[in-house]
Design a protein around this ligand. Structure first.
Ligand code: AMP
Length: 124
């Protein structure tokens, strides 16, 4: 993963309409779509439309409106995908140790069955 924003990352290309996605939700600041390799019955990605590398970048530079919109979008996506009542998990992989693969901030919304404990033991 690069440590600066790559404007040709996959999610930037989806935002520009160069690549397709299965849209779940959209507003002025946020796009949410289905993960292409779902790990759960519900697996959506919620991304800001602005060019933010990761959560560290977003938390430092995003406007209050963008931060509010991203937070509200997670709740909206949970409702739209039918997991708001049954429960879900939000994961943000950040940077190398966080195993972030795509260099545009994205929140995973996972649910649709019991997920189990929060994390497994790390490989040594
Ligand atoms: P992360 O490891 O947190 O960076 O997760 C990246 C996620 O992006 C993975 O779950 C991939 O399956 C997902 N992904 C990669 N390319 C696409 C795409 N074109 N459309 C939807 N999801 C994608």
């Amino acid at each position: 993963m690069p440590n600066s924003y790559d404007p040709n990352n996959i999610f930037a290309r989806i935002l520009r309409g160069e690549l397709p996605c299965k849209k779940v939700y959209e507003d002025a600041h946020v796009l949410a779509f289905e993960d292409i390799r779902p790990l759960m019955p519900v697996h959506a990605l919620v991304i800001p439309k602005g060019a933010y590398l990761d959560m560290s970048d977003f938390s430092a530079r995003a406007s209050a409106d963008e931060i509010v919109a991203l937070t509200r979008a997670v709740g909206e996506v949970a409702r739209l995908t039918g997991v708001a009542a049954s429960g879900y998990r939000v994961i943000v992989n950040n940077g190398a140790d966080g195993h972030q693969e795509v260099s545009h901030l994205h929140l995973h919304v996972l649910g649709g069955r019991p997920i189990g404990r929060m994390v497994g033991a790390p490989k040594q």
